[in-house]
Structure formats: C-alpha cells, structure tokens
Ligand binder design. Structure first.
Ligand code: 5AD
Length: 366
C-alpha cells in the first residue's frame, strides 16, 4: 500500500491528483492518520487562501418549502413548524446587520418555492439590497434557468445548491419519488451558464452511505467544476421520517464530526482553490466545530444573522444553534485569532472562479 505521506504529497502538488481509492483512504483514516491529513489540508488552505476566513452573514429568509426531503426539519409534511417568510424590509434590515459586522457577503437561504410571485419577490429583494454593495449568494433551491438568470441580472453573484449526495441511488432513498437528482444536476449546469459562482455539497453520515459514495461526492464536485462547497454531517431531526426515534449520543456526535472534518480535508486536497464552508452543522456537534473545520481545510464561515425570533422555525436538524451570533461575533473573531486566522476583507470571491475567469479572458486575448 502507498504510504499516506506519498498520497498527501501528491495531493498537495496537483489538484484532482487522487484516485477514488485514495480519497476513500483519506475518508476512512483513523485518528492518528487524520491528524496528518488535517495538517496537509490546512497547509494547502493557507497556500490557496492565506490565513484568512471569509464571512457570509446567513439570512434564513423563510421556511416555507415545497420539498419533502425525508431528513429535513422544514419538509413540507412537517406540520409542527410554524411557517414564516420575511418581507423585503426585514431581509434588508437583516442584511444591514451583516454589513455592520463587516461581512462583505450575505447568503439568502429559504425553503424552496417555485412561483412567478416568488421570483418577482426575490428580484425585488435583490434590487433593494443594491445600495449595501454586498456579495450576494442565493440558496433558494431548484428553479428554471430563466429565473436563475433574472436573479443574476438583479444582483446575485453566487448560488448554493447542494446535490446532497452524488449517488442517484442514495438520493432516491432519501427523497420522495417526485424529487429528481437529475434535475438538480441540470440546475447546477444552468447556474454555470448564467455566470454564477456555483456552490454545491453533500451531507455525510447519511444512513446507507458508504465511504465509496463520499469519495465519489468529492469527484463529483470536480466534474461539475464547483467554485464553492458546503458540506455537513447529517443530524437526525425528530419530526422527520428519517430521524424519528434517533437521538445521538456523545460518541455518535464525535463520529459524525470526525467524518465531516475528513470530508472537508479530502475536498481541499482534491480541489485546492475552491471556497469551502465550515458549516453550522459542525457547530451543532461541537462548540468549536467550525474552528476545527477551518483547521481541516475550510475557509468560509457563515454566521447566522437571522433574528433569533425565527430560529426555532428554521430547525433543519435537532440541536441547530439558535443563539445570537451577532452578539457573539467578537467571540468568534477572537477564537479565530487564537488559531492564527483573521476575517478576510471584501466579498471573498471563490479563487477557483476568479482563476477560471482569468483563463477565459486570456484565451480570448490570444
Ligand atoms: N441534518 C443536516 N443537514 C441537513 N440539511 C437538511 N436537513 C438536514 C439534517 N437533518 C441540509 C441540507 C440542505 C441544507 C440547507 O441543510 O444539506 O441542503
């Protein structure tokens, strides 16, 4: 068997250098090997992104959702959640909070709604946000290419649409029959055609998921040429078909966090210059989960700027942090300084995307 050190060296030298078997080996590593893997991924993160973390203020703009994903707390069939939707003013007010905190970008996320009225509404929101001059990421589910294009024209520059799993088989086990893995992939291609920085990602520790599935997830990111990756551990929600009767004990939580960190490291080692988020779900499993995500190769944190009055209603999973991150912002900055990192100024565009744009331009000049 090739020594781990050789695999890590090969990965650091070139993007896309590892085979599926080598990715699997990274994902299956024990604690001792994982320390070396995290160190290699972190030094690559520092090489690609510096000792900087890009912040995006996360706005959970509404929990009305047409989807019925078997794992998600805001699925359509969960009658226990009170549904809400922010209006334009509330979204702008929340974006101003992010702006005041010095975050160069925001993410507007909500359950999926596909309607002409909602498309108009989001367009109105984007136009109202223009004076703040923030980088805007949308995370609003599957839409038609026309709608993606309108929102891009109105001022959005990035779009997050997790594929959830790159395995069509596993996807169909986790979703009702009318949810289409193929359409999601097509949406990712449509987003690219519209000129967005494209973000995708998966959950790990899903029931029925293998290490080979996760290795293929990482390869999938390269296949769709993703600019940004957001991943996190699956955390059961009691009011969902997949999560009912499941309560995680401390050992389960630690295992999920460990796997999620290895997945971040494998993704950095395979893709190099993309933006990778240390997701909120990491923080749900351990107080310092996001900092550990950075040390495993992530370079983006998305502090939740949503007013705490909506938090209980945006519980995608059990134990989702509901505290006031705006008040805690100085503490987060402090804990990043403690690991030698600081907040990146500006919008924190994906370097992968910027490098691609430069290549296309220089080819055009030739
Ligand atoms: N555990 C972890 N992540 C979840 N998501 C939805 N439900 C859960 C859960 N139970 C994630 C999905 C989705 C993102 C917004 O939240 O990956 O894309």
């Amino acid at each position: 068997m090739i020594p781990l050190e050789d695999i890590l060296q090969k990965a650091a030298a070139d993007a896309h250098a590892l085979s599926l078997e080598e990715l699997e080996r990274i994902l299956s590593a024990d604690e001792k090997d994982a320390e070396r893997i995290f160190a290699a991924a972190y030094s690559l993160k520092v090489r690609c992104c510096g000792r900087k973390v890009a912040f995006r203020g996360l706005i959970e703009a509404g929990n009305v959702c047409v989807k019925d994903c078997l794992y998600c707390g805001i699925r359509r069939s969960n009658g226990k959640v009170a549904r809400y939707r922010m209006d334009v003013e509330e979204i702008v007010r929340t974006a101003e909070v992010a702006h005041r905190l010095g975050y160069g970008s925001i993410v507007i996320q909500s359950g999926e709604i596909e309607s002409a009225a909602n498309s108009d509404f989001i367009e109105e929101v984007l136009l109202a946000l223009r004076p703040l001059d923030l980088g805007i990421t949308l995370s609003l589910g599957e839409q038609t290419e026309d709608v993606f294009r309108r929102w891009k024209d109105a001022g959005a520059s990035r779009y997050l649409l997790r594929i959830e799993t790159s395995s069509p088989r596993l996807y169909s086990a986790l979703h009702p029959a009318d949810h289409s893995w193929r359409r999601r992939v097509e949406c990712l291609h449509a987003l690219r055609r519209c000129g967005y920085q494209v973000g995708t990602g998966v959950m790990c520790a899903l029931p029925g998921q293998t290490m080979a599935d996760l290795a293929r997830d990482v390869a999938f990111y390269a296949e769709v040429d993703a600019d940004m990756i957001g991943m996190g551990p699956y955390i059961p929600h009691p009011d969902t078909p997949l999560g009912k009767d499941i309560v995680l004990d401390a050992a389960d939580k630690a295992r999920r966090l460990f796997l999620a960190l290895k997945l971040i490291a494998a993704t950095r080692l395979y893709l190099h210059d993309v933006n990778i988020a240390a997701s909120t779900a990491l923080q749900a499993l351990a107080e310092d989960g996001r900092e550990r995500g950075i040390l495993a190769g992530a370079n983006v944190i998305m502090p939740n700027v949503t007013d705490t009055c909506h938090r209980a209603e945006y519980a995608l999973y059990a134990g989702k942090p509901g505290f006031d991150e705006t008040a805690a912002a100085p503490r987060l900055a402090e804990s990043l300084r403690a690991i030698g990192e600081e907040m990146e100024e500006g919008r924190g565009d994906s370097r992968h995307w910027a490098n691609n744009v430069q290549n296309v331009e220089s080819q055009g000049r030739r």
